[in-house]
Every structure is written in structure tokens, then in C-alpha cells.
Design a protein around this ligand. Structure first.
Ligand code: TXD
Length: 319
């Protein structure tokens, strides 16, 4: 059986890390694509030269022509720009929505059967544009944010309890931004919900509140430390977990930005919810019951995403 093909659109910090992880995990052959000529080729060659040392077999290539993504099984999109001083959020949306339009057209032409994972920010709006422009069915186009936000939540909880990160599960719902909703009720240590751990004296409500806030600010915490860019190791790991769920039909239950058609009372919007990810893409949207506070937080988050999508629609109408 031929190897699977993974295309990485955007060969920056996350794109390069994705290529290395996909190689180490032998997920398939890897094509890096970027508008900056030389960078995708250079990173592909560099990682290919690590293969003999690490002991993985994969063909790595770099390109600046969309034809290179032809026949991809999985496409992970990180193309775009990050916010720079003096730029408004609308400027960032305008630029990245334009990039998503181009990427979407490239996917439509060369890889209409791919499973597409969008990472570019502002995530929930960008995945919406990517699905629209690629014309792929919504269950084959998802956004990565929830796995990362949950991983941050899990890491902070594991530190607080001094237990293995493997035994901590966590769920973060809603959009990828200040309004995300880390769910305390649905997060556990070896199946024990966090509210029970407070009763058991493992932590306090105050400490949990701080951890929830640190999770919401997780991206900014890294940006403030790095100063020249945003997080890339954990975002890449998170997207690779999603790619692996699809390629190996693992049917993982993961929080992803998925297209809602009435679930949670939301229509025509990408937002973070738990889904079953397998060979069919999003095979099922898991509708958990939310209490009043969670519902209010989720609705606020959806409203924030909707206003960003509206900016994209207005830009499209003007174009
Ligand atoms: O949870 C999440 N979803 C995120 C999202 C977590 C962390 C970072 N997140 C966002 O991912 C971040 O705000 C950015 O929008 C993307 C990519 O982050 P990365 O750190 O990889 O950014 P880089 O290093 O600037 O890489 C972007 C690359 C760069 O090489 C550009 O030359 C390229 O994108 N680029 C393009 N490639 C293809 N096509 C077009 N049009 C294009 N424009 C720029």
C-alpha cells in the first residue's frame, strides 16, 4: 500500500514542526508549501536529513506551487501572518481571510478529497472561510484549537495535582480566544471530576479559577515570553493528533472547531465542540448538556466568533 500524503500549507514555525512530527510518527510522505521560495524546500531537506538518524522513512519535498499538494490525504493549513504592532484585528482578518481564499482555491483544484485541518488565526473565522472557498464538505474541514487549549488545561492541572499528564482529561469548548470555555465539570483526574477533587481537598475553587484563567491566557503567556512569535510546539502536536485520528480511523473524541448545523442551538458557524474524528472526518458531533453558566459562556463565545465571520462576509461582498 502506498504511503499517505500530508501537505503542510505554510512552512513557518508550526509548519516545520508539523513536518518533523509527521516524519517521526511515519504518518506518510510530506510536502511543505509556502509562498516564500526556498523555505519549504530547505525545511524539507533538513528534516529528510534527520530521517536516517531518527530512523523513519518518508519522502519530504518543498514547493511554492499549489500543484504540489495534488492527491493529499491530509492538508494542515498554517499560512498567513501574525499580528504586528500597529495592526488592528480587522487588518489581520483581512489579510488572513485573503490567504484562506487562495489556499481554499488551491485545495479545491488539487486536493478535493483531502481532510483539512486549519490552524491559522483567528481560527474559528478562518476555518469558516477555508471551508467556503474550498467547497469541501464541512465534515472534512476542521479547525485546531480545542486540543491545544485542553492540553494546556491538562498540563496546568497535572502540575497542580502532581500527577501524570496522561491521567488528566480536560475539555475546552467555544471559540479559540478570550471567550473560550474550559469545562471544570467535564475535566477529570483518572475519571474523578474536578469538583470532587475540591471536596477531596486536592485543590481549592480559587486555585481552579486561576488555572481556568491561565488556560484562557495560554497563548498570550507564550507570546509574552517569546516576543517574536507565538506557540508552535504544542499547536503542532495537537494538529498531528487530529491528523492521526483521521489517517488511522481512530475515532478519537476530541474538541475541534466543527461546523454546526443546529447542534447546541447554533447554525452555520465553526466553533469548538467535542467530536468523533475518524476516517469519515467529523463522524459525530457530541452534544453534552451544559449548565447555565457554561451555556452563557458558550453563547458569548459563539457571538464573538459570529462577529468575526461577519467581517469576513463583508470583506467578501466588497471584493
Ligand atoms: O490554536 C491555534 N489555532 C493556534 C493558531 C496556535 C498558535 C498559532 N496560531 C496561528 O497559526 C498563528 O496566529 C498563525 O496565524 C498561524 C501560523 O503560526 P506560525 O507560528 O507557524 O507562523 P509563521 O511562522 O509566521 O508561519 C506562517 C507561514 C510563513 O512561512 C509565511 O511565509 C506563510 O505562512 N504564508 C503563506 N503560505 C502559503 N500561502 C500564503 N498565501 C501565505 N502567506 C503567508
Amino acid at each position: 500500500m502506498a504511503r499517505k500524503k500530508i501537505a503542510l500549507v505554510g512552512a513557518g514555525n508550526i509548519g516545520g514542526t508539523l513536518a518533523l512530527l509527521a516524519g517521526l510518527k511515519e504518518l506518510g510522505d510530506i510536502t511543505l508549501f509556502d509562498v516564500v521560495d526556498g523555505v519549504p524546500q530547505g525545511k524539507a531537506l533538513d528534516i529528510a536529513e534527520a530521517a536516517p538518524v531518527e530512523g523513519f522513512d518518508a519522502t519530504l519535498s518543498g514547493a511554492s506551487d499549489y500543484a504540489a499538494i495534488a492527491g493529499s490525504d491530509v492538508i494542515i493549513v498554517t499560512a498567513g501572518v501574525a499580528r504586528k504592532p500597529g495592526m488592528s484585528r480587522d487588518d489581520l482578518i483581512a489579510i488572513n481571510a485573503g490567504v484562506m481564499a487562495k489556499v481554499g482555491e488551491g485545495i479545491k483544484t488539487y486536493a478535493p478529497d483531502a481532510f483539512v485541518i486549519c490552524i491559522t488565526n483567528p481560527l474559528d473565522a478562518m476555518v469558516w472561510v477555508l471551508q467556503q472557498k474550498s467547497g469541501l464538505p464541512p465534515h472534512k474541514v476542521v479547525g485546531m484549537a480545542g486540543v491545544l487549549d485542553s492540553a494546556r488545561f491538562r498540563f496546568f492541572l497535572a502540575e497542580e495535582f502532581n500527577v501524570s499528564v496522561e491521567d488528566v482529561t480536560a475539555f475546552v469548548l467555544g471559540g479559540h480566544g478570550d471567550t473560550m470555555v474550559p469545562s471544570v465539570r467535564y475535566s477529570t483526574v483518572a475519571g474523578i471530576p474536578l469538583p470532587d477533587l475540591i471536596k477531596m481537598g486536592w485543590t481549592t475553587q480559587e486555585k481552579l479559577d486561576q488555572i481556568v484563567q491561565r488556560t484562557r491566557d495560554g497563548g498570550a503567556e507564550i507570546v509574552n515570553l517569546l516576543k517574536t512569535g507565538s506557540a508552535f510546539y504544542a499547536p503542532a502536536s495537537s494538529a498531528i493528533q487530529m491528523a492521526e485520528a483521521y489517517l488511522k480511523d481512530k475515532k478519537r473524541v476530541l474538541p475541534v472547531a466543527a461546523y454546526l448545523t443546529g447542534q447546541y442551538g447554533v447554525n452555520d458557524l465553526y466553533v469548538g465542540v467535542p467530536v468523533v474524528l475518524g476516517a469519515g472526518g467529523v463522524e459525530r458531533i457530541v452534544e453534552i448538556s451544559l449548565d447555565e453558566t457554561e451555556k452563557a459562556g458558550f453563547e458569548k463565545s459563539c457571538a464573538a466568533v459570529r462577529s468575526l465571520v461577519q467581517i469576513c462576509k463583508d470583506l467578501d461582498a466588497k471584493a
